[in-house]
Design a protein around this ligand. Structure first.
Ligand code: KIV
Length: 273
């Protein structure tokens, strides 16, 4: 019998994502917030795991992403990173840790990288955060940008409707996308914008563009795990494809368990010592 070991799957790096764009191989990205889920997603072959500040909604039950703290993001990121062997782990910089002051932004990014072991961070915004972006990049920390619908600015937008449908906002978005690429971001997320605009930006930029509601002609797609698995069901934007109805399955399993306990069916002879 051969004693040769299977070689571990090569790690996804920012360089690998760049090559995938060149080869026109689509990038698959999902959110993850905990060890057990991250281990399943990584073993399934996901390319990028985003420790999104959507943890504020799906893990903590807040109505927006604003309340989550840097310490809480680091806790989620550390749990995810511990589970991952192959995927690139990207962590959202939470609201209030980078918008005002580039020195504070750098300190926040350094804490995420040092304490969680993550591979990169993600930041929402364009020209208005460019000083922070440049300072963090100059410290050698890779940044994924995020434009279009940026949930941390929900109180400014006032609504979660599709962004950049008018020329003025679309032109500003294109300009911001170029600013982020020129600054040195390794990838860009575009959220909830017209498909033709997603296509145009992915075509103009040389870095990978990952869409969530940005149409099919971008370099990859991202979804929030709890939405695509059907754990959360109160959120149904057009861009969301549900791959499972896990809420129903969990409910069924829990109801059967309750019945088994109450009817003395569980534990049986084989389930005791
Ligand atoms: O926090 C998050 O889950 C995100 C994705 C929607 C891209 O930023």
């Amino acid at each position: 019998m051969s004693s040769a070991k299977m070689s571990p799957a090569p790690k996804v790096t920012t360089h690998v994502l760049q090559e995938m764009k060149l080869k026109q191989e689509k990038i698959a990205m999902l959110t993850a917030y905990d060890f057990s889920m991250a281990r399943i997603l990584d073993a399934a072959g996901i390319d990028v795991l985003l420790v999104g500040d959507s943890a504020s909604n799906v893990m903590a039950g807040n109505t927006t992403t604003l309340p989550i703290t840097l310490d809480q993001m680091i806790y989620h990121a550390t749990s995810v990173k511990r589970a991952v062997e192959r995927a690139l782990v990207v962590v959202d910089m939470p609201f209030g840790t980078y918008q005002g002051n580039s020195k504070e932004a750098l300190n926040s990014a350094i804490r995420i990288m040092k304490e969680s072991g993550a591979n990169a961070i993600k930041m929402e915004g364009g020209v208005e955060i460019i000083e922070s972006v440049e300072r963090i990049l100059s410290a050698g920390i890779p940044i994924m940008g995020h434009l279009g619908l940026t949930p941390q600015s929900i109180h400014k937008f006032g609504t979660y409707v599709v962004r950049a449908t008018k020329d003025e906002e679309a032109n500003k978005l294109i300009e911001n996308a170029h600013r982020l690429e020129d600054a040195g971001c390794f990838a860009l997320v575009l959220e909830k914008i017209p498909a033709h605009l997603g296509k145009r930006i992915a075509g103009e930029l040389s870095i990978p563009v990952i869409g969530i509601g940005a149409g099919p002609d971008v370099d990859g797609q991202v979804l929030v795990l709890h939405d695509m698995l059907g754990i959360t069901q109160d959120f149904s934007p057009r861009f969301l494809r549900r791959y499972h109805n896990l809420k129903e399955e969990i409910t069924g399993s829990v109801q059967t368990y309750i019945q088994d306990v109450k009817s003395l069916d569980f534990p049986n002879d084989r389930e005791q010592y």
